[in-house]
Design a protein around this ligand. Structure first.
Ligand SMILES: [Zn+2]
Length: 279
């Protein structure tokens, strides 16, 4: 749990407040460094995607726009949330918050067409990228057999400030778990459950300095706005004047402006991702 100033902001609330800074950072970097000409991620061979994040709501700050696009193209998408986000609302105890946030996450998933949602019970606020988390992610990878795994940045110093410990842990554990999932001799208990080794082709990191874009113009962006708005009580708890639509429109418009002019075409909004070839 972190606080920002004296307000009732949870750790994710701090992240929310920081998103406006992230936007400014994106805009500034686009202007100062002219980091344009980014290519679009080639998703033609992608049939299945697994999204891994620390908390309910983490995937709704941009990633869910890409998810909506993928679902509209018939790509299966699964969500694995490592914690229930039970420590995310300062005024309510964890035993009330966990089911509340699970309900809001299910509503968010419905907005973008995701029905495979798994929420694990690793501790919110003290998530560690240790072997139990790696094994859980590796198990999810072997179960869903994705070509793409999407996760959040593991860096401490990110564009919107200092990254949250749980997000860092989720990101780095996901990197390691992709390799674990591909090694038949790691986590033998998974094979005993019938989960055979699986090689993931791409790791996408949403929120890192991007080197690829995903077109989310139009309906995918609208669905993403609704998916973030679905975290209704959570957003009310953290308060402030946070506007999900304004944030998502601004960040994705700034990303779209970084596309190569010839490729931009009708792309008005895009999600920026860092793409790693894993196998
Ligand atoms: Zn979070």
């Amino acid at each position: 749990m972190e606080t920002l100033g004296s307000g009732p902001l949870s750790h994710s609330g701090s992240a929310l407040a920081a998103f406006s800074l992230a936007y400014l950072s994106h805009v500034c970097s686009a202007r100062l460094e002219a980091m344009t000409g980014l290519p679009f991620f080639d998703e033609r061979a992608v049939e299945r995607v697994l999204c891994v994040a620390a908390h309910p709501d983490d995937l709704e700050y941009g990633a869910s726009a890409a998810v909506a696009r993928w679902r509209a193209r018939g790509i299966d998408v699964s969500y694995l949330l490592l914690t229930a986000g039970e420590a995310g609302m300062r005024s309510r105890p964890p035993h009330e918050v966990a089911p509340l946030r699970a309900g809001e996450q299910r509503a968010a998933c419905r907005e973008v067409g995701v029905d495979d949602l798994v929420i694990l019970d690793f501790p919110d606020g003290t998530l560690e990228a240790g072997l139990p988390v790696r094994e859980a992610i590796a198990g999810a990878i072997r179960r869903t057999r994705p070509q793409v795994v999407l996760t959040q940045p593991w860096d401490l110093d990110v564009s919107w400030g200092l990254n949250h410990a749980d997000h860092r842990a989720a990101g780095i554990a996901t990197v390691d778990a992709i390799r674990d999932a591909d090694n038949p001799w790691v986590f033998p208990g998974l094979r005993e459950q019938g989960l055979e080794a699986w090689g993931t082709r791409w790791l996408l990191v949403a929120g890192a300095e991007p080197d690829h874009l995903i077109d989310v113009s139009g309906e995918p962006l609208e669905q993403a706005v609704r998916s973030l708005q679905a975290h209704r009580e959570y957003l009310a708890e953290i308060g402030g004047d946070f506007d999900p639509r304004a944030m998502l429109e601004e960040v994705t418009a700034a990303a779209a402006a970084r596309a190569a002019p010839a490729a931009r075409g009708s792309v008005t909004h895009a999600l920026g991702v860092k793409a790693y070839r894993m196998g």
